[in-house]
Design a protein around this ligand. Structure first.
Ligand code: R5P
Length: 308
């Protein structure tokens, strides 16, 4: 096993992550990947590639897809670090898995975000760091110290640069969940904002009601925590176009994981998408602009060695 001197030992799961490399670099340490062997029946053997005894261990998992496998891998990495006498264990999930299912929507459903937090704690994690978790209040029920970092300053800086070039900007919340974030950004930037009420029907289709805000002739920025099928952005963009919006750009923290969704957004008339790199998806399209959360994460992780 290789010995390492920086104060953090930075372990990355089996999915490679450019964001992990960037964060580790900012922390002055190396991102080392877990060693993994897969047996014929699909079971795996995981091994920490570095000695962790007495070290502050960060387990970093960007999760573009297959969250169940990544969650189990994370638990096993925590267990391995604990059994190797790590001083402390911090899990960094830039995009917290299952965060949307924070409420019991129907009978017979559980609360997977809280279950995951309980499992992290049980496996031996001391802290959890994430970014723009869906419904931030849910972390109050997590049984381990949880830091939910906000992209507000990152998006505010981005929008300030746009404000220098465009006079008429409207920020837009596609549903009530996004409203507090949009209202706060609008206040910081002294911009107008609008919002819609979104309902997801049983068959998965979206219904928009209570459409507020004057989009006519404006550059409209629709701001949300995440995008999956693109249905939300497309439904809202369609209404905004009808209302006379000149340009429509989506801004989301947790970006698109499927290229077909990007095509759907373009076809639906969006002029661009701004997303962060929390899901570690490589982009090669002009349509998408990526803002990095590497500094945000590194700054918080750096401060954690001073917290017990
Ligand atoms: C839901 O409340 C979230 O904030 C997003 O609006 C939603 O997950 C986006 O999903 P989709 O792109 O499938 O509409």
């Amino acid at each position: 096993m290789v010995e390492e001197t920086p104060s953090f030992t930075f372990i990355v799961g089996s999915q490679p992550s450019a964001l992990a490399t960037d964060v580790a670099h900012l922390l002055g340490c190396e991102a080392v990947s877990v060693r993994k062997k897969t047996f014929n029946d699909g079971e795996t053997r995981l091994q920490l590639p570095i000695a962790v005894a007495g070290k502050e261990v960060i387990i970093f998992q960007a999760i573009p897809n297959h969250p169940d496998a990544v969650i189990f891998e994370t638990l096993r990495l925590i267990d391995a670090a604990k059994n190797s006498d790590a001083k402390s264990i911090t899990v960094a999930f830039p995009c917290y898995p299952y965060a949307r299912q924070d409420r019991k929507l129907e009978d017979g459903c559980g609360l997977p975000p809280k279950l995951i937090a309980k499992l992290l704690k049980t496996a031996g994690a001391d802290r959890l760091v994430t970014v723009d978790i869906h419904a931030p209040r849910q972390i109050d029920d997590f049984p381990l110290s949880t830091f939910n970092l906000s992209t507000e300053a990152l998006f505010a800086d981005y929008l300030r640069q746009r404000m220098e070039k465009t006079d008429e900007i409207l920020l837009f919340a596609p549903d009530r969940g996004a409203l507090s974030r949009v209202r706060s950004l609008a206040k910081i930037l002294n911009l107008e904002f609008g919002w819609a009420d979104k309902q997801r029907l049983v068959d998965g289709t979206l219904k928009l009601s209570d459409f507020h805000g004057n989009a006519h002739g404006k550059s409209v920025y629709i701001i949300d925590d995440r995008i999956d099928t693109g249905g939300t952005l497309i439904a809202v963009a369609t209404r905004l176009k009808q209302a006379g919006a000149q340009r429509i750009i989506g801004i989301v923290t947790h970006g698109v994981t499927s290229p077909t969704v990007l095509e759907r957004l373009e076809t639906a008339g969006l002029d661009g998408l701004v997303e962060t790199d929390t899901r570690n998806v490589t982009r090669d399209k002009n349509f998408v602009e990526v803002l990095s959360v590497a500094e945000l994460l590194a700054k918080k992780l750096k401060s954690l060695d001073k917290i017990d």
